[in-house]
Design a protein around this ligand. Structure first.
Ligand code: SF4
Length: 249
């Protein structure tokens, strides 16, 4: 697939079914081919959802080469580690792109913290999900509103909850837009080889044993034998190691 042979934008205006049918062939495509398809079919109507983990950095770098119209957004939960904010600044400067930032609704955060303190998520699974719903799930809904597609760095190898991740998904939870996971079949080694070969910047926490990075109080380093998301909400059982942004199958 090349930009010179690009067909006219299909877009959601032709119906999600047409778009999904067109995307079906991408299941076996390379990440580069998928991003070329996104550029041709969706352009700026799609965005990378980035938490600035190492997979997202691969996607941002690939997108600058193959899908320059693709937007980048992030969910600033208010609890991110300083290393993540530092990396976002590096990305802005290196790639010269805006990073669209979605913050939680102020009133809901104020109510949560006033009533339950700053660490309510430690008390129970329900309390943790409430915090994630306020700081992540609701902002994601706003971030996706009006878009035709989104691109994520999900990989099947990351955890037991992600083994079924498809390259192409119909995201009914967010209005039926298309969700693409170009790195679904990538190994951790492939990700790091790309980072090193292309001198892509990355979060310095990765060098300190954090394979997956989210909010500071809910993320810790993992042991070499643990799965990549074992440092997320480590006090809960592993089947709960998602925040609601990506449904568990
Ligand atoms: S990861 Fe932790 S701090 Fe962040 S939104 Fe979820 S519960 Fe709240």
């Amino acid at each position: 697939m090349s930009a010179s042979s690009s067909p006219p934008p299909l877009g959601i205006a032709h119906g999600p079914a047409a778009l999904l049918a067109d995307a079906a062939s991408l299941e076996a495509a390379s990440a580069e081919e998928i991003l070329v398809w996104v550029e041709q079919r969706l352009g700026a109507r799609a965005a990378i959802a980035s938490s600035f983990g190492v997979e997202d950095m691969v996607l941002i770098d690939l997108a600058r080469k193959h899908a320059p119209s693709l937007r980048v957004f992030t969910l600033d939960t208010g609890r991110l580690p300083p290393e993540t904010y530092e990396l976002i600044e590096v990305v802005r400067n290196r790639y010269g792109i805006p990073v669209e930032t979605y913050f939680p609704e102020r009133g809901r955060v104020e109510a949560l913290e006033s009533a339950q303190g700053y660490f309510s998520f430690r008390r129970s699974l329900e309390a943790r999900k409430e915090c994630c719903a306020i700081r992540k799930v609701e902002p994601l809904r706003r971030a996706l509103h009006g878009r035709d597609g989104w691109v994520t760095g999900l990989r099947r190898e990351q955890s037991i909850n992600r083994t079924d991740v498809a390259v192409v998904e119909h995201d009914r939870e967010h209005g039926g837009l298309i969700k693409l996971n170009p790195l679904a079949g990538w190994s951790r080694q492939q990700v790091w080889t790309y980072i090193q070969t292309n001198s892509v910047p990355y979060n310095t926490l990765h060098d300190r044993g954090y394979p997956s990075i989210g909010c500071a109080p809910c993320t810790r380093a993992v042991k070499p034998y643990e799965d990549e998301r074992a440092g997320r909400w480590w006090w809960e059982s592993r089947e709960h190691s998602e925040c609601g942004l990506h449904p568990v199958r």
